[in-house]
Design a protein around this ligand. Sequence first.
Ligand code: PLP
Length: 464
Amino acid sequence: IADTASNERPEDRAWLADKDHFIHPYTDFTTFQQEGSQVIREASGVTVTDTGGKAYLDAIAGLWCMNLGHGRTEIADAMGEQARKMAYFNTFGHSTNVPASLLAAEVAKRAPGSLNHVFYSTGGSTANDTAVRLIHYYFNRLGRHAKKKIISRNDGYHGSTYFASALTGIHGVHLGFDRISQDLVHHVSAANLYRRPAGMDEAQFCDYLVDELRQRIHQLGAENVAAFIAEPVMGAGGVLVAPAGYHRRVAQLCRENEILYIADEVVTGFGRLGHWFASEDRFGHVPDVIVSAKGISSGYCPLGATLFSDAIHEVIAVPQAPGGVLSHGFTYSGHPVSCAAALATIDIIERENILSHVREVGPYMQTRLKELLRHEVVGDVRGDHLMAGIELVKDRERRINFAPDSGATHKVFVAARQRGVIVRPVGNVIVLSPPLVISKAEIDIIVDTLHETMSEVGPALMAS
Ligand code: PLP
């Protein structure tokens, strides 16, 4: 909104308006009051530009979501066209719209196994809430009313609605907040290979994790456990890649105990690991439910999708009482503009062979990032295709992290940003999740910048 009296452009007023009125997600308010925010004005490809005109390589794809890069006119046009034709009408009951219907079929076609049924929501949190709510409903319909508990993992991230935050196992995000009944969600160990118990190799660690889950199921009683939820590769918890065979064995254990497996593919779905979905193609198992968001619309519009198997659908599609309905849904379930963005996204992924591109540049990024281990401050470099984490340590030998108030990863973030690359500090880990269209030359820029950054910041951090 232009201020005609002062001739000031909206972007010039944004910084102050933001500081005074916008409560940001996940923000440190001690520094926010002085520093305010960096206002990003425009973006194209893998580049974002702030209001000062400085350009940055966006090595985090917005927030693990701008998978096809910024400024895609095909997606913007599809959204605009849909908004002009019919921006919204509800999908409750028996009404629908063209993009939502077509998208459901396109997603089902690419999903593993019999995951043929899609429930739409507004993002990852609401898609996870939907998964749990409908699984509870499913077991109620089967008359198994005790089957309610959900097993999640420490360091797993599943969102910020009340229930999705309860699923989340990152200790820090719960500080000062309440949680829903602690007895409904139980957490087991993260599959953190870097921090596995001393003396265990990868295979033994896998046995250890599977045994732990088996014991927990036994302790809670399989008859009380509805589902297990896991990200194929943990994202916000520090980019943790599970030991080989972990997901397959856990899925088998769940099956033996009639516990449903929910794969939270909000980050890993739609290409980040080189496949439409990572569960089967990358980790060899077919979950009962897949949760998707972010990359499904390449971040251009809010959209969540929860995919259910034929077996679950068969049960929940039968009314619970004469005249009963599946009473779950959001105003924006199947929003036509979001679904049009998703259809355009799928079209581009296919047309431009994005999945094979990721399978080529992903391993290149992982290999190049390993070079960072030459810096004393880097304890571990890990990831899968275009998802990577660089863990900083004060003591590499003993794998000791910096104190939480040291701001170590924040300092790396600031130094990299000064050099024109935006990475993401999460706890002790620097996270990278660039747009899938990134080239090898752009990956070189990211890695070279991180080398320079670590050389500058690392010694000071070690000495602190
Ligand atoms: N699940 C995973 C694995 C995520 O990474 C996120 C967000 O980062 C969510 C769920 C929550 O998604 P949203 O922020 O769209 O609600």
